[in-house]
Design a protein around this ligand. Structure first.
Ligand code: ADP
Ligand code: ASP
Ligand code: MG
Length: 436
């Protein structure tokens, strides 16, 4: 069995839904994971924010607008009167439920419930369209088997056991359709796998059912060698090692949710990135790819804060780094990059919520400097230390850009460079010019 995940643009209109269903019909035995229609999750977050801020008339207007969009989509999608009536009553039910949030206190729980409607709506419509096409398909409610634990991490054992039980209760379908992104937490409440998390759902389901392949269908023909939102003339990379893809996703390649590679990697299931608008394109296959001794791609991660701790006495005497790390651990703040010298250590974080507490505790160990609005540029490929010259190529490409930190050697797959936000686009362009 394959897993096919379709992102927001791939279900972004009635026509796009029809296209994706024809791809599914051609594939046969599959589990299909859908995102919300593009724009819907943002709209729902906006509605939730308005309710939080007490702007109820504004929220009500946005709910009306969203409902209208779905009524139109359902009309365009479904010719069959009976199925259209079913869609209409489902829409009535969902939008009535959304409107109940206008009349009650709105906290994190209500906000997560609100945002979950995006994937419920898209799967409801596609399920009915599959029925109209005569496909042997069934819609499974993801909140019956997708679960995160109290640390917000997916509980793969639970997912495997419960998904298998749900499929066992509903045997014999060619297509099992479900929602990406949404899940339950350890309290049993509706929760989600963070923005872009439908990729993660697909990969977790793939691992849970030991799929042959996990396909991520999106609006571009695979992982490009640079960020197409900032650099022109990028091109797709046909093969990536799991480690390379994980680095790129974590360091800003939006095409993949940062943690989505891990479950597939552990289960050794290939992940293919494919384009719904150009299904014949090769795309990118992510697997235990053989080494190619080359630089493959570049990505950039924004909103990075660099913290330097400089000590007057032997900073790197043993025990010092432990003390530094313990402070970050205490405040549940992960470190992305680290560089050291005899007198100082620099680290980067992407979560500033405990910055002032962290800085105040670090100040007891030495002088602390903070640089905000930085960007990590991540260069990925088969960068074994025995391969010569690639560091020189990267540094040479960036010779006119001020560089705050450089890190290599943590893995065989990446070099990370910290620069200021203002230089991001230039740095990405220079790397494309020099490396590809
Ligand atoms: P979906 O809605 O299908 O999940 P996303 O918007 O999350 O799609 O991801 C696809 C987008 O990722 C592309 O349209 C592209 O703009 C962006 N992107 C950023 N970096 C890359 C990259 N290196 N390769 C391909 N796409 C990238
Ligand atoms: N709909 C969610 C989002 O926009 C999840 C996803 O599309 O992957 O973030
Ligand atoms: Mg996405």
């Amino acid at each position: 069995m394959k897993v096919m995940k379709f992102g927001g643009t791939s279900v972004g209109s009635a026509q796009r839904m029809k296209n994706m269903v024809s791809l599914v019909a051609a594939a046969g035995n599959v589990t299909v994971v859908l995102s919300a229609m593009s724009g819907t999750t943002n709209s729902l977050i906006g509605i939730s924010q308005c309710i939080c801020d007490g702007e109820l008339a504004n929220a009500a207007k946005q709910i009306d607008d969203l409902e209208q969009k779905y009524i139109t989509t359902a009309d365009e999608l479904l010719d069959n009167k009976e199925l259209r009536d079913i869609a209409q009553s489902a829409l009535n039910k969902y939008f009535a439920a959304l409107r109940t949030y206008l009349d009650k206190p709105h906290g994190i729980k209500e906000s997560k419930e609100t945002v979950a409607y995006g994937e419920k709506l898209s799967t409801m419509l596609v399920d009915l369209y599959m029925k109209q096409c005569g496909l042997n398909s069934i819609l499974l409610d993801a909140t019956r088997f997708m679960k995160i634990n109290k640390h917000g991490e997916p509980d793969l054992d639970y997912i495997r056991e419960n998904l298998k039980a749900v499929i066992k209760k509903n045997p014999g379908f060619d297509i099992y359709l479900t929602q990406g992104f949404i899940c339950r937490n350890d309290e049993g409440e509706i929760d989600n796998l963070q923005r872009g998390g439908s990729d993660y759902t697909a990969s977790l389901i793939g691992a849970a059912i030991n799929a042959d392949e996990i396909q991520i269908w999106t609006d571009i023909d695979g992982m490009h060698n640079n960020d197409p939102r900032f650099v022109e003339g990028t091109s797709p990379v046909s093969e990536l090692h799991f480690e390379e893809a994980a680095e790129l996703a974590y360091f800003g390649a939006k095409i993949l949710h940062p943690t989505c590679v891990l479950p597939a990697k552990h289960a050794n299931i290939p992940v293919r990135l494919l384009n719904t608008m150009k299904p014949e394109a090769t795309g990118t296959t992510i697997f235990n790819a053989p080494s190619t001794q080359s630089i493959k791609a570049v990505a950039a991660k924004d909103n990075i804060t660099a913290i330097k701790i400089k000590s007057s006495h032997m900073l790197l005497a043993y025990g010092f780094l432990r003390k530094v790390f313990e402070i970050f651990e205490k405040y549940h703040t992960p470190i992305d990059m680290i560089t050291t010298s005899e007198v100082g250590v620099s680290v980067t974080i992407d979560n500033e919520c405990c910055l002032s507490e962290i800085v105040s505790e670090l100040s007891e160990l030495g002088d602390v400097t903070v640089d905000r609005d930085m960007v990590i540029i991540c260069v990925v490929g088969d960068l074994q230390w025995q391969n010569r010259g690639f560091e020189a190529e990267v540094v040479n490409a960036l010779k006119d850009i001020p560089v705050r930190m450089i890190s290599y050697g943590g893995s065989n797959y990446n070099i990370s460079i910290l620069i200021q936000k203002a230089d991001k686009t230039d740095a990405l362009k220079l790397l494309s010019q020099h490396l590809f």
